[in-house]
Design a binder for this molecule. Structure first.
Ligand code: DC
Length: 231
């Protein structure tokens, strides 16, 4: 049996990180962790408790509430992947709305939030055999990961993909709204002070603007094999 490794997948929003990570985890029998879901769940908690709105953000109260935020992934065998639970409630659907997307980058800027989530992520990965996607996995969470992928694609391609997904779910959102959200999140994610989105020096960049999901998966699987079964 080949050795178990840590696979870190980082990149801009809506680059298909989670699709690739899920495919890899299924093929390799690894655990998949969507760290964006954890930041989204904290943003949802802030919204539910009235700590954040369009013109207001009570960061202090959110920071003080962190000990009362319990985040868990529970595997759903019907779906074949783990769903996000916030304080024992399944929030998988709520965390994917455009409202949460509009607030999440502001929540993810807070160092205390990041420290709590990074610690939990590192615990989940201590036995390897994990595929984790996010923004800081190869740089902060697992700087020693054996394989680091950095995914990119043009903002318009990414907005179109996210728009199609939301439309399929019946979310009455416009393409322009989605594009604006993608561009705003790119800006905040790459310019924040704590753990900004940057490509790790030893990451492999994949621009998937013109790749099919299968082409991308095949290319990355080859990279995994190169690491787990070196010649
Ligand atoms: O991957 P996503 O779009 O679901 O992530 C939601 C937000 O969470 C994203 O705008 C930035 C933030 N995030 C982060 O700062 N660090 C991570 N490891 C994952 C997500």
């Amino acid at each position: 049996m080949s050795k178990k490794i840590t696979i870190a997948i980082d990149g801009f929003s809506s680059t298909g990180k989670s699709t690739l990570a899920k495919q890899l985890a299924k093929k390799l029998g690894y655990v998949y962790v969507d760290t964006g879901a954890m930041y989204r769940a904290v943003a949802l908690f802030a919204m539910q408790n009235g700590y954040i709105s369009l013109d207001f953000f009570d960061k202090e109260t959110l920071i003080n509430s962190l000990p009362f935020i319990k985040l868990e992934f529970k595997f759903n065998p019907d779906l074949g992947f783990a769903e996000m639970y916030l304080n024992e409630t399944n929030v998988e659907t709520e965390i994917r709305t455009i409202e949460v997307s509009n607030f999440v980058s502001k929540v993810a800027e807070i160092s205390e939030v990041r420290a709590k989530l990074v610690e939990q992520q590192q615990k989940m990965g201590k036995n390897k055999g994990i595929v984790m996607d996010g923004r800081d996995i190869g740089t902060v969470v697992f700087p020693d990961a054996e394989l680091k992928i950095f995914m990119t694609a043009g903002a318009d391609t990414r907005a179109q993909r996210r728009f199609d997904e939301l439309q399929e779910k019946g979310d009455p959102v416009t393409y322009e709204e989605v594009l604006k959200n993608v561009e705003e999140r790119d800006y905040i994610d790459t310019n924040r002070e704590d753990s900004p989105l940057v490509m790790a020096d030893d990451a492999i960049e994949i621009d998937n603007s013109y790749l099919t999901k299968q082409e991308q998966f095949d290319a990355v699987l080859e990279l995994v094999n190169d690491v787990t079964n070196p010649l």
